[in-house]
Ligand binder design. Structure first.
Ligand code: WTA
Length: 632
């Protein structure tokens, strides 16, 4: 048995047992599905202390050959990308595998024509249009390393990421439309590039048609470039462990880090999880509502579905435009069979009431999924009843930018599901719960720190330019384990429920931010002396951002001061990181050694004023009363 496709609970149990007993045989069998220019010499070599993890070493491949060329004979005319525009009046686009192949080859030739080659970093800052997928795949085609930056990040954030990756190439658009809002994308890139002298070429896709400044010698229009190249470009032969992409994500420190994934293992794992978690069938239309700027979009809009030869729906807009029924309308319009979204979207649409759901039949749906943050029971039941019509299994998929693909989830309709439980580890994934001292907890019905004790094929390989940081962040807290930063509960039968982050990371609407990162941004305001940021429970966003700010002088106009802080955060990170609440304080609760006691700040933000715990070790306990009294 290769257990390539799990069709029953028994399949899952057997596959899981084999994946633990003989991980190399298990993953070698999965890897056999693909086109390799050369097979691997070793399935797995690893050492979590270094850390060093190598899958399919010696193997040679190109992931785009597996996403595109491999399907041409049998699926050439099948729709690969089904694009739904922001404006429902505009026509949807269907791009077949044959056409996508040609567009990727052409774009790859443009990249090469402009000087990009294997190993170069290419920053992609674009809205959710087909050219974004084409750009990503074109990079992979020539072996350039893509670094997609979510098109909601500020110029400063783009600049930070371009500099960190030392990217000499940028791909962007003139503008974009999100709901009724227009954004001047190219102008944001121009601003970013003022501090990025290393950028040699900017390739601009015409999308909205608006006027943009083109800097001679640096900026070119994609449509002009495309005329000069042909539609054939053999895929570059890559080693299994050559980097495929960098994706920046936030951690407990102020500076986002570039998570690096490599070609072979990422390919095998995203395909395997896509087909099995969602129980994908050949004719299914799959829709993941994430943005390609996040890992979910990389793995389950582009790579996973295309590797499986699926039709992947890509949506340019937002769930509430033109009205809060848009998701449901699009499901009916395109006969979507598998729908994968985030709890924050479910909660916000739930709050809009059923009037937006009722007019839609949703009868095409077979499987519905959730990702990015814990899904509360109320939202789970609403999703199950009103969207899944009590017929569709829900997959609550837990994973991370660093894990590349889904690690814990039920398999749709195959293994059982339980509200708010991600449930079962995927084959090949060996989760453990640890005590704070690092001891493995063997019993069930317990809570602990979630760690993984054996590598899976799409585990993070390094953080770009700083391997030590990768070691410290993920492999040093608990020796011999990959530490996730999440806390989890295991129920009596062994299902996992993710409780949330145990580090200084907050998850706002499924977007990860380090508290230090937001504090650094706030502190850029001229008159801010110090700040402390914590998360607090938020009905729609999951977590909201609560900022305590010490100002240089007494704040006379708090509204004005708040809007200045919001503007600074927008400038430094982007509007998605704006604090929901800002409280001006004269001091912060610090220990005698100067450490901020965040526990107290969290309790106040959560309005748990009577359970602040011991405050006697504070330098100035009186500050706590002031903070309690001034809670916003
Ligand atoms: C959280 C997103 C509960 C978790 C794919 C993790 C979840 C972080 C779930 C990673 C889930 C993700 N249930 N929590 N199903 N999925 N998380 O890197 O805290 O953007 O560590 O990857 O999101 O966020 P990231």
């Amino acid at each position: 048995m290769s257990y390539s496709r799990l069709r029953s609970n028994a399949d899952y149990t057997n596959a899981y047992a084999q994946s633990v007993a003989e991980p190399e045989a298990f993953w070698a069998a999965q890897a056999e599905r693909f086109t390799w220019r050369r097979k691997w010499d070793h399935v797995l070599q690893w050492d979590f202390n270094a850390p060093q993890v190598e899958w399919f070493k010696g193997g040679r491949l190109n992931i785009t050959e597996n996403c595109l060329d491999r399907h041409l004979a049998s699926r050439g005319d099948k729709t690969a990308i089904l694009w739904e525009p922001n404006d429902p009046g505009e026509e949807a686009q269907r791009i077949s595998y044959r056409e996508l192949h040609a567009r990727v080859c052409r774009f790859a030739n443009v990249l090469e024509h402009n000087g990009a080659k294997k190993g170069d970093r290419v920053c992609i800052y674009m809205p959710m249009i087909p050219d974004l997928a084409v750009a990503v795949l074109a990079c992979a085609r020539i072996g350039a390393i893509h670094s997609v930056v979510f098109a909601g990040f500020s110029a400063q954030s783009i600049a930070d990421r371009i500099q960190d990756a030392d990217a000499a190439f940028v791909i962007t658009t003139d503008g974009m439309a999100r709901g009724a809002k227009k954004v001047a994308v190219k102008a944001i890139v121009d601003e970013a590039l003022r501090t990025c002298p290393g950028v040699k070429r900017v390739m601009v896709v015409r999308h909205t048609g608006e006027e943009v400044d083109m800097q001679a010698g640096r900026d070119v229009w994609l449509h002009d470039e495309l005329k000069q190249v042909d539609a054939d470009r053999p895929a570059e032969e890559m080693a299994s462990e050559d980097p495929l992409f960098i994706l920046y994500t936030s951690g407990s420190t102020g500076k986002p880090k570039g998570v690096v994934h490599t070609c072979g293992g990422y390919m095998v794992y995203t395909d395997y999880t896509f087909r099995n978690v969602f129980q994908y069938e050949e004719q299914d239309v799959f829709w993941c509502t994430a943005d390609v700027g996040w890992v979910t979009g990389h793995s389950y809009i582009i790579y996973g579905p295309l590797l499986a030869g699926a039709t992947s729906l890509m949506f340019e807009g937002i769930p509430t435009y033109p009205d809060a029924g848009r998701f449901w309308q699009v499901i009916d319009k395109h006969g979507v069979n598998i729908f994968y979204t985030a709890p924050t979207a479910i909660r916000s649409l739930m709050a809009q009431g059923l009037d937006f759901v009722r007019p839609c039949s949703l009868s095409s749906l077979k499987v519905i999924g959730s990702v990015g943050e814990p899904i509360n029971e109320e939202a789970w039941h609403w999703y199950k009843e009103h969207i899944g019509k009590d017929r569709c299994p829900i997959v609550d998929t837990w994973w991370q930018t660093e894990t590349g693909g889904i690690l814990i989830s039920s398999l749709a309709g195959i293994t059982d599901e339980k509200p708010s439980y991600a449930a079962w580890p995927m084959p090949g994934v060996q989760p453990v719960l640890l005590t704070p001292e690092g001891k493995e907890i063997m019993e069930n019905e317990v809570e602990g720190l979630l760690a993984i004790k054996f590598p899976w094929p799409s585990i993070i390989r390094t953080t770009w330019g700083d391997h030590e940081r990768c070691r410290q962040t993920y492999f040093s807290s608990y020796k011999g384990y990959y530490f996730t930063g999440d806390g989890a509960r295991r129920d009596a039968e062994g299902r996992y429920r993710i409780i949330g982050r145990v580090d200084d990371v907050i998850n706002v609407s499924g977007h990860r931010f380090g508290t230090a990162e937001i504090e650094n941004a706030i502190n850029e305001s001229e008159w801010v002396v110090e700040s402390a940021v914590v998360g607090y429970p938020h009905d729609i966003k999951g977590q909201g951002i609560y900022a305590y700010v010490i100002a240089e002088k007494p704040v006379t106009d708090p509204d004005q001061a708040r809007s200045e802080i919001l503007a600074t955060v927008t400038k430094m990170i982007g509007p998605i990181a704006k604090p929901d609440k800002i409280q001006f304080v004269s001091g912060l609760p610090k220990t005698r050694s100067g450490k901020i006691m965040r526990r107290i700040l969290r309790k106040v933000a959560e309005n748990e004023l009577n359970s602040l715990g011991d405050t006697t070790t504070l330098l100035d306990p009186a500050v706590v009363d002031e903070i309690k009294a001034g809670r916003v």
